[in-house]
Design a binder for this molecule. Structure first.
Ligand code: PLP
Length: 468
């Protein structure tokens, strides 16, 4: 290290000295002291690391005044919210990384209304203590024709609670083709064991018949579980036992049957060309004791695990002491109630619930939005950018309807100076991060999963692209 650099290192202002700088004192007037002190430490460390790295550093870059600017940047960064809004232009409608289902406007308003004091567990007529599930149970029964219903923290919790209530200490029979993993931490065999039950797998990966279930039943059998394989498909020489046969077998031997639907649709999506997603109503009608599904997959509401079924089974689940540990908070309940209300009119639901709106959007509507986005981008990005509207496919995501691709329109961006990764990083770096996808060297923005209002935000971000 040369003497000049050594001198520069020695001359870096101390943390104490910087804390006395008028610029830093000013920051303390508008920001919490510990945040500013941390920023001062970090910036002094950053300058020291820079000098040690051997990079060329001009002396005025390490002056106290220059350091104040670095400190301001650190403070600004530390003051930003972490869990911030984002724009999903990936074309994956239920995107787990981006918070799964965006809430309907009515659900957002309901969350706001319930944020303060609300009638969560009190009956306004009698003034007496009530139950928090009354806000969603009647709606769930009305929409699914079930006798009883409740909701917990998420579907994983619903499956866990139901098994722990109905089959703890006993055996749970599951088809080999359904002992699946749904995203990293939810594996059917693990959940069965953790709920205090023994897993009995029957049949083979591709074929499981009713005789396989019959032969596996013992005195210890306490539950027959059917699981929707979600993001996993076996095609070709396959056979699963129809739910009706499982229910008939269960009735004969007084063994409850539970159906974990995962996504579970409340309205028939075949009108929009999507087939194969089972409807909740069908599983209820088939006679299952418990049917479970997520609040934030196809339903398009908040994260929740919904349980519908017979009065006896649901009441037993509700009175399990673990139900308290898995219960929903008031904000989620408010959003769930508002989302369910929209389903009273299926046309209204398809229009108002963002997940359903994205699924049911017409090709013309999506193409129109893509064209508007492309026009907006062309007007701001500079002549060396190539902006084109291309066809492609969107996906439902969230383990719903795998392999069912929805034709879509996307805006493809290409620039001689920026790679697709650079573009992706640039869009993510916006104060409202924008997420697209990369395919064959192109950065793509799918018009199916964005709103008209978000078109404007994306265009405003693109203005500065390539300049920073
Ligand atoms: C997604 C899914 C789950 C887990 O639901 P979460 O709401 O994510 O907890 C459980 N079972 C099936 C079949 C699923 O698809």
């Amino acid at each position: 290290m040369n003497t000049e650099r050594k001198a520069a290192l020695r001359d870096i202002p101390s943390v104490d000295k910087m804390l006395g700088h008028p610029g830093v004192k000013l920051l303390m007037e508008t920001h919490p002291r510990p945040v500013v002190v941390d920023a001062v430490r970090e910036s002094v460390d950053a300058v020291r690391a820079l000098l040690r790295s051997g990079e060329e550093v001009a002396s005025d870059e390490v002056s106290p005044d220059a350091l104040v600017h670095v400190i301001e940047e650190f403070v600004a960064k530390a003051s930003e919210p972490s869990l911030r809004r984002a724009i999903n232009a990936t074309g994956i409608i239920i995107h787990t990384g981006l918070g799964r289902a965006p809430l309907a406007e009515a659900a957002r308003e309901a969350v706001k209304a319930a944020s303060g004091s609300c009638v969560l567990e009190i009956d306004r007529e009698t003034g007496k203590r009530g139950s928090r599930t009354v806000h969603v149970e009647p709606l769930l029964c009305e929409l699914t024709d079930a006798e009883a219903a409740t909701a917990v923290n998420n579907n994983a919790a619903a499956v866990f609670l139901a098994m722990n209530t109905l089959a703890r200490g006993g055996e749970v029979i599951v088809s080999r083709g359904q002992a699946v993993e749904i995203g990293g931490s939810f594996r059917i065999p693990d959940i069965v064991r953790r709920s205090g039950c023994r897993l009995v797998e029957v049949g083979t990966t591709n074929k499981t018949r009713i005789e396989d279930y019959e032969n596996a039943i013992t005195d210890e059998t306490m539950l027959i579980l059917r699981v929707h394989p979600s993001n996993f498909r076996v095609v070709g020489f396959v056979e699963e036992t129809p739910l009706e046969e499982l229910v008939a077998l269960g009735r004969e031997l007084a063994i409850p049957v539970m159906d974990d639907l995962g996504s579970g649709a409340l309205i028939d999506l075949s009108e929009w060309g999507l087939t194969g997603e089972p409807m909740v109503q069908e599983s209820v009608r088939a006679g299952c004791q418990v049917v479970t599904f997520s609040g934030d997959k196809l339903l398009g509401g908040p994260q929740a695990g919904i349980m519908v079924g017979t009065r006896e089974a649901i009441d037993e689940c509700k009175s399990n002491p673990l139900a308290r540990a898995l219960r929903l908070d008031k904000l989620t309940l408010a959003a769930l109630e508002a989302t369910l209300r929209l389903y009273r009119d299926p046309c209204e639901a398809a229009k108002e619930i963002p997940v359903l709106r994205s699924i049911t959007a017409s090709p013309a509507e999506i193409e129109d939005r893509a064209n508007r986005l492309a026009e907006g981008l062309v007007s701001v990005v500079g002549p060396d950018f190539e902006v084109t509207v291309v066809g492609g496919v969107s996906q439902v995501g969230g383990g719903s309807l795998p392999g069912q691709d929805l034709p879509t329109s996307m805006v493809a961006l290409k620039s001689p100076g920026l790679s697709a990764d650079d573009l992706s990083e640039g869009f993510r770096g916006h104060s409202v991060p924008i997420f697209g996808r990369i395919s064959e060297g192109l950065f793509l923005l799918d018009a199916r999963t964005i709103t008209d209002e978000e078109v404007e935000v994306i265009v405003s971000r693109a203005r500065g692209l390539g300049e920073n």
